[in-house]
Design a protein around this ligand. Sequence first.
Ligand code: HEM
Length: 394
Amino acid sequence: MGLINGIQRFFDERFDTALAKKLINEQVHKRLPPRTGWLHIYGSLSLLLFINQSLTGIMLLLYYRPTPEAAHKSIQYITAEVQFGWLYRQIHAWGASLMILAVVIHMTRTFFMGSYKKPRELTWVTGVILFILTVGFGFTGYLLPWNQIAFWATTVGTESANKVPVIGDWLQYFLRGGDAVTGETLSRFFVVHVIILPWLLVGVVALHLFLMRLNNLSTLEAVGEEKPLTPEYGIPFFPVHVAKEGCVAVLMIAVLVTLSIVVPWEIGEPADALSTPEHIKPEWYFLPSYQLLKYFEGPYGAVIGIFACSIPFGLLMLWPFLDRGKERHPKKRPIAVSIGLVGLFSALGLGFLGHISETNQTFFGKEYHIDLLGWPHLIEGDAAAPDDLGRAEH
Ligand code: HEM
């Protein structure tokens, strides 16, 4: 006790600790709207998963080597030799997917509950930046194990950059650090993944949380009609909401460990620039854009495809300034809710088509070949499987 009192006196004599205590107290005991519940935990879940990615990422960094010769071997070493290395590698790989999922659910919740409306437009805009940064983590991290699928998925992914009008060639060169995916690309992706993106994300998350605290959480009441939060009206952030967040955090850690043990991620074969695997597909979160791009062929088609993939991001960014209606309740915003549902189901549909394309699937007892574009072709008897464009060989 004497030591703690001594430390406290040390700070009291040098800083205005009363002010700091007052500010912390205010934040901890802040009132939230009465209906703040389980739907409001996805933001803190995203934050928890980011912290998890940072901690497991630091553990991986102790042994990972970002060169084409050593990268794959170092991941094998982490998995086979380092104590608990397999566990934190698995948790990092699963955490990446779950973080993107948590961010998407959080974004969907704030969209359908109209939380982006005045005065929270900038909270939403910083959120869209966080979404892009999170996906950027997935894109750059995927290459780091330097395995076949990652190498070729990155080759295909960076190829789409060259379809961007005017700056396409330069952009592809910039991303790859050369004409092809090589050790230069690995270095670039490594630096972006472990230095640039984490610090950008920390800065933007801090701004996002500051804005969220400044305006407090939204209710379903229309813009300008939200009741002021008095101690009798709202619920305390601590302990009521923090208890819910704690339950979800414990559950998420259990899910991460279970997935890591039951469905482990493969390390795959080392990258080989001379042998292209048969079907290259990106991670699930890129499947909608990957599938959409396939419908646009030829030099002009490809440019239109790139625009088609960028429009949803532009729309998301500008959305609070396009939807100026005052209502927040989903039942009173049929147009915004319909647009949101069309966007959500299109992404899910495209993602599903991307997932099953170029495979054989059985529907109602009959086998179909799903071509590159997602069209099913019945495989009859011993007929040869059709090629990627659905043409059966005769
Ligand atoms: C790393 C990513 C993110 C983190 C850590 C994060 C964190 C949070 C937290 C802790 C809250 C408090 C309420 C809640 O959890 O629902 C919140 C609120 C909010 N977030 Fe995020 N967020 C992230 C991404 C996003 C994205 C992608 C969007 C939308 C594009 C977004 C938009 C909002 C909005 C509008 C609010 C205010 C909600 C309200 O007033 O009810 N956030 N965020």
